[in-house]
Design a protein around this ligand. Structure first.
Ligand code: KIV
Length: 278
């Protein structure tokens, strides 16, 4: 597939929705993943707070700090040239007052983000407005929002009852009115995501939300199989990196033990050592 050289912008994403062209989105948490995502032609690269559990080894997304996110963002920024780079606001960075949220979002923009993402619907409207008024594009995130894991009592599909489906639609419409330029819909029934997508003018980006959203996002580690173990049902894995990498590292260890590595061709010519005195 060819990749356009044009930079992806907020109006460009809206135009894709209007044209019925799917938006591809992928997380990147470091320089190599940013390079790969950008080279592959992904439209939206998200420095997700999944940095916490997929790269830093935390059990959930909750512990990751603003400083950890900023360091990772600067690395991803050095890699991404064409895609739109969005940074996730970590838990706690937009829950302690709107001024602090603006300060955190400004720090993201100064470190290279073109937009920020935050979780929640109607209860986040004040913060979303403040950020938009500060010229910072905001991506919403509703449904199974991992930062609410303790409130939800686990990572559970949301919007299954009529009441909760209505709340999610209201959340989406409120985010759009507040100025969000796109919304991630995570872990909701496909028919609900379809209805929300139909009612919104801004694009929706689904994850575990069926095929009818305007785009899809996957977590880099899930797509490439960086980790062994159980994956969410929606996360299609395109590579078993873990198995391939393990095999490669074991082969290196064996070559070392048998003396086949390093070989002569992997060594530098010795012209002087044999003449050394003493
Ligand atoms: O942090 C993340 O990876 C995300 C995506 C799953 C949307 O928020």
């Amino acid at each position: 597939m060819s990749v356009s050289s044009d930079r992806v912008t907020v109006p460009g994403l809206r135009a894709r929705k209007l044209a019925g062209e799917k938006i591809s989105a992928l997380t990147a948490h470091d320089y190599p993943s940013g390079l790969l995502a950008d080279e592959a032609g992904i439209e939206v690269v998200l420095l997700g707070d999944s940095l916490a559990n997929t790269i830093l080894g935390y059990e959930s997304t909750l512990p990751v700090t603003l400083e950890e996110m900023l360091t990772a963002l600067r690395a991803v920024r050095r890699a991404v040239r064409r895609a739109m780079l969005v940074a996730d606001m970590p838990f706690g960075s937009y829950h302690c007052g709107e001024d602090r949220a603006v300060e955190a979002a400004v720090a993201f923009v100064k470190s290279g983000a073109e937009a920020v993402k935050l979780e929640g619907g109607e209860r986040r409207i004040g913060v979303v407005r403040r950020l938009v008024d500060s010229e910072i594009p905001v991506m919403g995130h509703i449904g199974l929002t991992p930062q609410s894991v303790h409130v939800m009592g686990g990572y559970k599909v949301q919007g299954k009852s009529l009441d909760s489906a209505q709340r999610l639609l209201d959340d989406a419409l409120a985010l759009e009115r507040a100025g969000a330029f796109a919304i991630v819909i995570e872990g909701v029934p496909a028919t609900l995501a379809k209805e929300i997508t139909r009612r919104l003018e801004i694009p929706t980006i689904g994850i575990g939300a069926g095929p009818h959203c305007d785009g899809q996002i996957l977590v880099f580690a899930d797509l490439l199989g960086l980790h062994r173990g159980k994956k969410p049902k929606f996360a299609r894995q395109y590579l078993d990196f873990h198995a391939l990498a393990l095999e490669a590292i074991q082969a290196y260890r064996k070559d070392l033990a048998t003396g086949s590595f390093p070989s002569a061709s992997e060594s530098y010519e010795d012209t002087t050592a044999s003449s050394l005195k003493g």
